[in-house]
Every structure is written in structure tokens, then in C-alpha cells.
Design a protein around this ligand. Structure first.
Ligand code: ZN
Length: 256
């Protein structure tokens, strides 16, 4: 019999499969993303003691397939359930977006320990009801950097000069900012306020503790959000499904 692999894992997606099983996508520190099958999970909630909810942080025991097929989820133990995130629809949708982004950005069995740590940190902060909008933007910018697509926010990506003025242009392929003279030669580029650029820089490079002290204006947050969204969508070549739900929530919510 095959020896199970013991690993920490966060549930980033779940769906029903066949009559009684569920497919659980886990994100693990040493193996990256793993699609697993939880046999009997749909019929018997006791089999996995309700541990297979979205965002659950687990100790999991996995049995890899001999040749092809799914990795089997043998047993799990909850380390942190992050129940609070599933009780608040806005937190749930924000966490769902971040899990979907990780799902889309990563391949199976491709380890990214920093992404795992980043997700765990984000879920922890989110469950303490910290500023959801800012926190999620922070997560999205860090994720871009961790997958190798951090935009250049300091110097013009065409000529290397430092952009000046009240606003700055984002280069159309998402590489970073353009100075005003290089921006004149671009057709379809997005402009943001200089204050938003400072905010994005701050969120990208400062420590999490410093970031939590940052108080961006609603306009800076909105522009920063749209910029980070555009960069993710541009590089992923798709719009993650969770955006539509989350943005409806943001529009109707006044306490962000
Ligand atoms: Zn330039």
C-alpha cells in the first residue's frame, strides 16, 4: 500500500463529483496546488468532520495516484476553519476571489511556499475584519509579484525616467508606468493619479504592518483596485468569475 503524504493545506475550491464524492482543490506549501477527491464526502458530512469548506486550513493526508487519476484525500484535521469568513458574504467573496486567482495562476504540483504564506496571512487578517478592500488589493499586488508579473511602478518602462506630474499612465501590456512624453505615443493606456501610484508602490513593497497603517483615499483605492484587476486579467487572459460578485458587493456597501 502506498504511503500517504502528510501536508498542511488550504481549501481553495470545492465541487461535487459523481454521486457521493467531492473534488477539493488544495493549496499546499510543498506541493503547490493539488486536485483531490474526497470519497463519500457528499453523502456523509461526518466522514471529513465538515473540514472541506472553502478556506479551511488543514493538516491533510493524501494518497497520490499510482498512474493517472485524482489524488485521494485520505483524512484531514482542521488547524483553523476561518468560519468567520463564511458567515460574512463580503469577506467570503473577497477570499473567494483570492483563491480563484491562485487557482488560475498556478499549476498542479508546482510549489510556491510564498503564495501559501501570503494566502494564510490574508485569510487571518480578513477573519479579523480588517479593511477588506485594501487588504485584498494588497494580496493581489503581492500575488502579481510572486508569480513574476510585478509592474514597474518607479520608473518609466520605455525610457527609464521617473514620471512626474499629477497623473501617470499605465503601459497597455501591464509592464508598468510611462512618463508623460512616452505616454503620448501610446494608444490605449490607462491613467491613474500620482497619489494612487504612491499607494500602489506602498502596498507592493512595504511590510504588512506598515501597509495596515496606510490610509488611502476612496479614489486611490478604487483606481488601485482597477489597476490591479486589469493587470491580473491582462496576464491571465480572462476575467476571474469572482470579480463580478465582489464588485456588486463593493458598490452596494458603504463601509469599505
Ligand atoms: Zn518614458
Amino acid at each position: 500500500m502506498q504511503q500517504p503524504i502528510e501536508t498542511e493545506a488550504i481549501v481553495i475550491a470545492t465541487r461535487d463529483f459523481a454521486e457521493s464524492d467531492r473534488l477539493i482543490t488544495l493549496f499546499t506549501p510543498e506541493h503547490g496546488k493539488i486536485e483531490t477527491i474526497a470519497k463519500g464526502a457528499k453523502k456523509s458530512l461526518h466522514r471529513f468532520v465538515n473540514a472541506l469548506e472553502p478556506f479551511s486550513f488543514l493538516d491533510a493526508s493524501l494518497v497520490m495516484p499510482r498512474a493517472t487519476g485524482f489524488t485521494r484525500l485520505d483524512s484531514v484535521k482542521i488547524k483553523m476553519s476561518f468560519e468567520a469568513l463564511r458567515q460574512d458574504f463580503l469577506s467570503f467573496t473577497a477570499a473567494n476571489l483570492c483563491c480563484e486567482l491562485i487557482h488560475r495562476w498556478t499549476k498542479e504540483m508546482d510549489p510556491h511556499i510564498d503564495i501559501f504564506r501570503n494566502l494564510l496571512y490574508y485569510l487571518n487578517c480578513l477573519s479579523q475584519k480588517q479593511d477588506i478592500y485594501k487588504l485584498t488589493l494588497f494580496f493581489k499586488l503581492r500575488l502579481l509579484a510572486l508569480v513574476g508579473y510585478a509592474p514597474e511602478l518607479q520608473f518609466c518602462v520605455k525610457c527609464g525616467n521617473k514620471p512626474t506630474g499629477n497623473s501617470v499612465t499605465i503601459e497597455q501590456h501591464g509592464k508598468g508606468v510611462l512618463c508623460s512624453s512616452c505616454a503620448e505615443k501610446e494608444d490605449s493606456a490607462q491613467q491613474i493619479q500620482m497619489g494612487t501610484l504612491y499607494c500602489l508602490r506602498h502596498l507592493s513593497i512595504r511590510s504588512a504592518k506598515e501597509v495596515m497603517r496606510l490610509k488611502p483615499s476612496p479614489q486611490q483605492l478604487a483606481e488601485g483596485w482597477n489597476t490591479a484587476k486589469k493587470l491580473h486579467c491582462l496576464h491571465l487572459k480572462t476575467i476571474p468569475n469572482s470579480y463580478a460578485v465582489l464588485e456588486t458587493m463593493i458598490n452596494v456597501s458603504t463601509n469599505l
